[in-house]
Design a protein around this ligand. Structure first.
Ligand SMILES: [Fe+2]
Length: 502
């Protein structure tokens, strides 16, 4: 049962240009070190002036503990989920954090060693078991519930998610771990992405694989917006449609998908999961990351699904081999379906990203070869790759839009914040040597008129300064700093998050 964690490219995201913005590699170590949770809210020191209209919680999720006893996880993605909350109210910020009380966390803690396999770490059999039990344990394929990738929302409730079948419901105010939810109890899937899309009415779409008697299938999932019972979770979830992989036993890995007003786009890229290798991985003493490979000889295929009927278009849109992890936005305009995405197409599959805009009309052909358009000019190369895209989601998702935001990857992790203007293809950047900002989250100002009326929130890590982490607030229009809130604890690098307006 393959369960894969995200961003295998990000940590290998070595820019091919020699960027002016790069620094020494030794700094990175500090960004992936274990920390203690901060159970009680602590105040922060404000510099500048934070707008008083910002009222809510910036929630972040990422790995925060990388060893148990004398055993260490091999991979950044394997660290135990640490949830962070930056509570912003009346120009002040308080901070607290909690480890997700997943079964993986609890069992590892109890045994004081790693007992649950993660993406890049294979847990060894319990040395207390007899030889026969140890042999059998090699065949166990327990997916982890260490949901360290994102906060997601279903039916108004917050969950933390990775890409396995397990999520945990979370109290967004206290970060308390509540119910563990298993997708496979509701629909026949073995996992779902940590990047669902949401319609304005709260209907959520996601994708997940199934590995059953009928073979492997990619499935589009729809979860209704409303609860009939206050305690329900994914009740009413449905598989809207299923798509067969180009290669039966070698489905593609996908980290997200695109959604326009009427269509869902699944991008079948030539990053492949070798199911046979995965099934035998424990026996061979290999972790899941050993079972993924890039095949640049294969084309990338775009599958288009009607959101309302679940009908999969017979027209398949092909383009050259590329890798993509995060989609920026998708919309329909003048008979075109436009998909904006962060991707790499230079064959260095797990390395640097480029931005591309893939456009093609729905002509009645079985196969259409797509051409692409860069969404940026050469200036972006000064900042390395580009990832963690965000837009003004509530206003612009599935619609024509002008701005997107993200991190520049002049280093192995994000080391700049970028605002891209799609009209001019010019960018604005925030970059200070030695500082490592997280994914930028856009928060619109009250009574906003223009698309970029609001602020950008980002957690900035300071590996060269102990306990120097701060929440950065930028004016989204000018990309200039309006203020920062310094937190007197060390915080490791995190993946994704969201702003919960209060
Ligand atoms: Fe992601």
């Amino acid at each position: 049962m393959p369960h894969v964690k995200p961003h295998p490219n990000v940590i290998n995201n070595e820019p091919k240009n020699t960027s002016k913005k790069r620094h020494g590699l030794q700094n990175i170590v500090q960004l992936v070190q274990s920390v203690e949770e901060t159970q009680d809210p602590i105040p922060t020191t404000i510099k500048g002036t934070l707008p008083t209209w910002i009222h809510g919680n910036l929630l972040r999720n990422g790995p925060g503990k990388f060893e148990f006893g004398n055993q260490h996880f091999n991979h950044w993605f394997d660290g135990m989920a640490l949830m962070h909350c930056f509570h912003i109210n009346d120009g002040q910020v308080t901070y607290w954090s909690r480890f997700l009380r997943s079964d993986a966390y609890k069992q590892n803690n109890e045994m004081n060693r790693i007992v649950m396999s993660e993406f890049g770490t294979l847990a060894f059999p319990d040395p207390c078991k007899n030889i026969f039990q140890r042999f059998l344990s090699h065949f166990e394929m327990k997916p982890t519930d260490n949901a360290n990738v994102n906060f997601v929302k279903y039916k108004g409730d917050y969950y933390v998610s990775t890409e396995t079948n397990f999520m945990h419901k979370i109290d967004p105010d206290t970060l308390e771990t509540k119910e563990k939810v298993d997708w496979s109890k509701f629909i026949a899937i073995n996992g779902a992405t940590a990047h669902p899309h949401v319609d304005p009415d709260g209907t959520v779409y996601n994708m997940g694989n199934s590995y059953g008697m009928k073979g492997t299938l990619y499935n589009i999932i729809r979860v209704p917006p409303n609860k009939e019972d206050p305690d329900e979770t994914l009740h009413g979830a449905k598989v809207l449609c299923s798509i067969s992989p180009a290669e039966k036993n070698k489905p593609s890995y996908y980290h997200s998908f695109a959604m326009s007003e009427n269509y869902l786009m699944f991008i079948e890229q030539p990053i492949k999961l070798d199911l046979l290798k995965i099934l035998t991985s424990r026996m061979r003493g290999k972790s899941i990351d050993d079972c993924i490979y890039w095949d640049p000889k294969q084309e990338t295929v775009f599958h288009v699904v009607n959101k309302h009927t679940g009908k999969v278009s017979s027209v398949k849109y092909h383009t050259k081999a590329l890798t993509t992890f995060h989609q920026i936005n998708a919309f329909e305009e003048n008979g075109f379906l436009i998909v904006d995405m962060c991707c790499s197409d230079d064959g260095q599959a797990l390395k640097i990203y480029f931005l591309q805009n893939l456009r093609k009309s729905g002509e009645e052909l079985d196969e259409v070869f797509c051409m692409s358009e860069d969404l940026h000019d050469k200036e972006l190369l000064d900042y390395g790759g580009f990832e963690f895209p965000h837009i003004h989601y509530d206003r612009c998702n599935t619609k024509p839009y002008r701005y997107f935001y993200g991190c520049g990857f002049g280093h192995l992790v994000g080391d700049s914040l970028i605002k891209m203007d799609l009209e001019s293809k010019k960018l604005k950047a925030w970059h200070q040597p030695g500082l490592y900002p997280s994914e930028p989250v856009f928060v619109p100002s009250p009574n906003a008129e223009e698309e970029d009326d609001g602020v950008i929130l980002s957690v900035v890590l300071t590996p060269m300064e102990d306990k120097g982490t701060f929440l950065l607030v930028l004016d989204a229009k000018t990309f200039e700093e309006v203020g920062r809130a310094k937190v007197s604890v060390n915080i490791p690098s995190s993946f994704h998050g969201t702003f919960n307006s209060l």
